[in-house]
Design a protein around this ligand. Sequence first.
Ligand code: XLS
Ligand code: NI
Ligand code: NI
Length: 439
Amino acid sequence: MSDFFGAGKIKYEGAGSDNPLSFKHYDADAVIAGKPMREHLRFALSWWHTMPAEGTDMFGVGTADKSFGGVDGMDVARRRAAAAFELMEKLDVDYFCFHDRDLAPEGETLSETNARLDAISDELETLIKSTGKKVLWGTANCFGHPRYMHGAGTAPNPDAFAFAAAQIKKAIEVTHRLGGEGYVFWGGREGYETLLNTNCGLEQDNMARLMRLEVDYARSIGFAGDFYIEPKPKEPTKHQYDFDAATVIAFLQRYGLDKDFKLNIEANHATLAGHTFQHELRVARETGAFGSIDANQGDALLGWDTDQFPTNVYDATLCMYEVIKAGGFTKGGLNFDAKARRGSFTREDTLLSYIAGMDAFAFGLKAALRLIEDGRLDTFVDERYAGYKSGIGADIVSGKATIFDLERYALALGEVTTNTSGRQEYLESVLNQIILGGI
Ligand code: XLS
Ligand code: NI
Ligand code: NI
């Protein structure tokens, strides 16, 4: 194994340890609620943020050297592959996620690009076999290249649509070849800058056509993984069609794709849409569309997708609460779609960022299980809706009550006098007690 990152294997040392290169909460093989923590959490490394991203932003060039000593495109790509597997080994991260273009640089033509992807896939296949690491999901970068300036599946130019179709077909083949458990559609530039030049109806019809073509092809070659859509309201475009979980679910139902797709919920996209992370997970769970998670966090004072490593234990707890209530992950997992800050440019910072994120979610898992075991929240919610279990409430739920029955009931009632407190502050204090009591 390579040694780019310098540290040994990161070990669990418990909450009292002050060793920065240790886990305080993530004890991978410790069994809680019936299975090892690693199986509850299914952590994944995001190839794009971790391997190639050098910390460029709108105001400055990269600060981190991600060449790993390589000299040209494919040499660097191979070294990054070695470094990624070293990192997964050291951090005990079992999965990774990638875009096609994260793995190998584009060539002059699509066939040259595909050949490069095949060459890197040969190496990845060997690394996967020798380490047991797995692909959580793959995806295609159909937003970075200038050909996609107006979108890919929603481009006004059918050549761009065709190119995207071929690119995604290849990305699915690579994902399948590497044993991937999922494939993600994230909208990239699938949205618009102005309605003055946009035919929204055709663009969305075409997006659905592309998804249907790709799903059918994937199934025809035996890909049995899950397909996900990752909602995001804006950025890079002013309006992304996959705005939020509710919008995506309506889109899937409208085009008859709801049996084929689940959702990949990203924390920072939820907050960009004006929702909490928990809200998006709840919508996905309640519609049976919960699939996978891009774990990160934004900054309340910055209006964009900052993709910070998630360290907020409240959000992590409420996230894991929804995951457990959804029955846990099946083929999905927690992908750290997150990058160390531009000023955190060292290789040690990469390790420390992952440790911080993994510990936050390991803590969140334990706190969520305590919350459920404690039962005060669930009992409160049950009792709040108890009125629907008998009398007029039961008749509403069963559909027995007609509009005339309800009118008669309301007239006899004269006024609603039975409301009780929602006790929000009390419930927030219960959450605090559970979270803080568990340190
Ligand atoms: C960008 C998205 C992207 C997807 C994969 O905001 O989060 O990283 O997860 O294409
Ligand atoms: Ni993402
Ligand atoms: Ni994002």
